[in-house]
Structure formats: structure tokens, C-alpha cells
Design a protein around this ligand. Structure first.
Ligand code: PEP
Length: 263
């Protein structure tokens, strides 16, 4: 972590907790976050839960006299409107109360064939609509074992470099090694830090301010018991958490580890 960037802990709920249970979970997260002012907390529920999550977490913030947690869409379409059945535009997320969008998650790249160019267009659309963009990058196991981790990750970063320039703290990159997502296999803090440092250097090559402002999150089997060691690394500015974000007994300690390291 670095004092110039506020740590960001984001929970990607994927296709879980879509209804009332999602609103309950978000209220638990918002209550826990209310006493952690040094951390920015974001949850990404399924679309249908977003209005309820925004409403109830805003109410928690009012009760605690603090800023509300952020709410993110898990995806966004790059066009502002049109005949794109099943898709959601960035402006619609904003209208529903979202302040963030997750873009280019490996599951979108793997199951929905999203390419680097799509990710760049979506990121541009999200930022233009006023959202923050959490852009996911990461290598597969085969790419890692064949020594191509940095080639792949930096290629994905290059695709959004120009788009993120000028976004300030609304531009976020999540390094998520695909082999660590949902597998229980976590990158060692040193391996994660090495990739984060390479991403930071790539950003600095484009623009020093971009490197200083962009938060780089680690994601991939982050849990209560490994979060602190990861978050303690110099270029790890937070976490994108999948499975453990569905359980406040896991997500709470991850948020608290960030608060302790930042204060
Ligand atoms: C994710 O889906 O972004 C993720 C990191 O999942 P998990 O924490 O379950 O590995």
C-alpha cells in the first residue's frame, strides 16, 4: 500500500445474492465499512439487486454520517443505447445509483469472448458516463507456466492505457491471475507484487500521474487469512474479492486489514 492512494476493497458477487439476501449482505457490508474511513468499499451485486442495495446502503450511511459504500455493475455495454438485447448502458448504471463498473473480468473474457478492444470501449463508456472503472487483467495457468505472464498482463494494460489517462482515482486495474480465481490458489505476496510493480511501471511509462493515481487491486482467492500479507505489498492498493465477499465473516476482516494498514 502507498499513502497517496486510498485502499479499495471491492466485492464481486457474480451471479449470487440477487434479491433480498443481497440487500441484507450489502447492509452488513455498509455497517462494517461505516467505521473504516480509510478504506473505499465497493460491492458489485447482480443487476436486479442494485436499486435495493443502493437504497439501503445509502440509509446506513445517513445513520452513520459517513459516505455510502460504492455500488458497481459487473459489466457494461459500450454503446449509450440501442438494440442490444440483454445489455445495460453505463448511464443506466449511473441512474440506478452505481458509481463503479467492473470491466473485462476473466469470466467475461472466457465465457463471453470479450477482447481487449471491447474492454477498452467499455472502459471509455463507463468513464464518460461518470463511473469509476475496475479493469481486470490476468494470465491463465498455461500462460504463467510458459513464462508469458507479463506479456499477457501488459498487453491487457496497454489496451486501456490511453483510456485511463486522466481518470485519476476513478481508474482502477485489478490484477487477477485466472488460475487463482475461485480455486483457493493464491499468488504469493511477492509474485503478486512483482506483477503489480510491472503494471505500475507500464503506467508510469505513459504518464507519471497515471501511475500515481491508479489503484492496482489484487484478486484471486483473497480471504480473511491471506489479505493482510497481500495488502501490505507496496504496489497492492486493495483487493477485488469474489467468493469471500459473499460472507461478512470473511469480507469484514479483509476490509479491516486494509484499514489497519492504511492508518
Ligand atoms: C473474482 O471473481 O474476481 C475473484 C477474485 O474471485 P475469488 O475471490 O473467488 O477467487
Amino acid at each position: 500500500m502507498n499513502a497517496r492512494r486510498k485502499p479499495l476493497i471491492a466485492g464481486n458477487w457474480k451471479m449470487h445474492q440477487g434479491g433480498a439476501s443481497g440487500v441484507d449482505l450489502a447492509v452488513q457490508v455498509a455497517r462494517a465499512a461505516a467505521v473504516l474511513p480509510a478504506v473505499e468499499v465497493v460491492v458489485a451485486p447482480p443487476y436486479l439487486a442494485i436499486p435495493g442495495v443502493v437504497r439501503e446502503t445509502t440509509e446506513v450511511a445517513q445513520q452513520h454520517h459517513c459516505a455510502p459504500i460504492g455500488v458497481a455493475g459487473q459489466n457494461v455495454h459500450h454503446e449509450p443505447k440501442g438494440a442490444f438485447t440483454g445489455e445495460i448502458a453505463a448511464s443506466m448504471l449511473v441512474e440506478a445509483g452505481c458509481r463503479w463498473a467492473i470491466i473485462g473480468h476473466s469470466e467475461r473474457r472466457q465465457y463471453f469472448a470479450e477482447q481487449d478492444a471491447d474492454v477498452a470501449k467499455k472502459t471509455r463508456a463507463a468513464l464518460a458516463a461518470g463511473l469509476g472503472a475496475i479493469v481486470c487483467v490476468g494470465e491463465t495457468l498455461e500462460e504463467r507456466t510458459s513464462g508469458r505472464t507479463l506479456d499477457v498482463v501488459l498487453r491487457m494494460v496497454d489496451a486501456v492505457l490511453d483510456v485511463l489517462a486522466g481518470a485519476g482515482a476513478r481508474g482502477v486495474i485489478a490484477y487477477e491471475p485466472v488460475w487463482a480465481i475461485g480455486t483457493g490458489k493464491v499468488a504469493t505476496p511477492k509474485d503478486a507484487q512483482d506483477v503489480h510493480a510491472a503494471i505500475r511501471a507500464r503506467l508510469a511509462g505513459r504518464d507519471v500521474e497515471l501511475a500515481n493515481a491508479t489503484r492496482i487491486l489484487y484478486g484471486g482467492s483473497v480471504k480473511a487469512d491471506n489479505a493482510r500479507d497481500l495488502l501490505a505489498q507496496a504496489d497492492i492498493d486493495g483487493a477485488l474479492v469474489g467468493g469471500a465477499s459473499l460472507d461478512i465473516a470473511q469480507f469484514g476482516p479483509i476490509m479491516r486489514a486494509a484499514q489497519e494498514l492504511a492508518s
